[in-house]
Design a protein around this ligand. Structure first.
Ligand code: SF4
Length: 293
């Protein structure tokens, strides 16, 4: 399948990490051999949000911070679609953070790709919720005074059942992560470290590449929950949290946690309302009868 949208060319700044993420997404979709008409991308607002325009598949460019509720609706309306949310760290950790939290609680069967560059690139580089306190990028008049959100730890805390971190310039590795996230049954979240050479002159390609290491190369690393016992889940979550807290001289990328024993949102609804997908939309028991006329 050809996922490259030939009518539009990406217009990100030269050297932007978004190019690597787009290549990884193309690679993952092609490797999975998914029909473009069965893929639905949903983005919010930001440099990352343009991604959907460069992929030959269904897409909706929605409101700032709102791709997750939109994507939840798409998945509920047609559970056969592979739904992928594209958002920046401003979009998903700022104005849209509450939606991310509740997507985890629901375990909606979709994939969330977060382009994490620490700044609001589209609006001239203000500090985003993932920029570390004390960091002064070239776009800031003074060092950032807010504490940063840790996206991996947040996603683990709120119930995402697949949590990973990738790096925009390691396209091959990121494509593997995206493939695993799409294959995963349940809410999948990938925090993608994405250099923004225009506004973030601290977390650069060189900065990341001096620190990044792969979890799968660590002896004995196994993020997958192998049975649904409380002991097993606690063990896998604990090791994921510990690795997720690591930041500084060493920054882990790879899969932190995966648990397919948790029922998805769609399964929970079907359990209580077995006919909901069989009824016409106006009569769907999800929304009640249409009394508007
Ligand atoms: Fe990429 Fe930053 Fe330019 Fe946006 S501002 S396109 S994130 S380099």
């Amino acid at each position: 399948m050809d996922y490259v949208e030939k009518r539009r060319r990406p217009d990100w700044c030269p050297g932007c990490g978004d190019y690597g993420i787009l290549q990884a997404l193309y690679q993952a979709l092609a490797d999975l051999n998914l029909d473009p008409h069965n893929v639905f991308l949903v983005s919010g607002i930001g440099c990352s949000a343009k991604t959907i325009h460069y992929v030959n598949a269904n897409g909706a460019h929605t409101l700032h911070g709102r791709p997750i509720p939109y994507a939840t609706g798409v998945k509920l309306a047609n559970p056969n679609l592979e739904v992928i949310v594209i958002g920046g760290d401003g979009d998903l950790m700022g104005i849209g953070a509450e939606h991310l939290v509740h997507a985890g609680r629901r375990n909606v069967d979709f994939t969330v790709l977060m382009f994490d560059n620490g700044v609001y690139g589209l609006t001239k580089g203000q500090a985003s919720p993932t920029l570390k306190r004390g960091t002064k990028t070239k776009a800031l008049a003074r060092p950032n005074i807010y504490d940063a959100i840790n996206p991996v730890v947040l996603a683990l805390s709120v119930g995402f059942t697949f949590v990973a971190r990738g790096y925009a310039y390691d396209v091959k590795h990121l494509a593997l992560l995206i493939k695993e996230a799409i294959r995963h049954k349940g809410s999948a979240f990938i925090d993608i470290l994405q250099p923004c050479p225009t506004y973030n002159d601290i977390n650069t390609k060189e900065w990341y590449e001096a620190r990044i290491y792969k979890l799968e190369s660590e002896p004995g690393w196994d993020p997958v929950v192998r049975n649904p016992s409380e002991e097993e889940v606690t063990k896998k979550l604990t090791q994921a949290f510990l690795r997720g807290m690591e930041w500084g001289d060493r920054i882990p990328i790879g899969i932190f946690y995966q648990n397919e024993y948790v029922p998805t949102y769609e399964e929970r609804i079907l359990e209580q309302m077995p006919n909901y997908l069989k009824a016409p939309p106006a009569l769907s028991p999800l929304y009640g009868p249409d009394n508007s006329t």
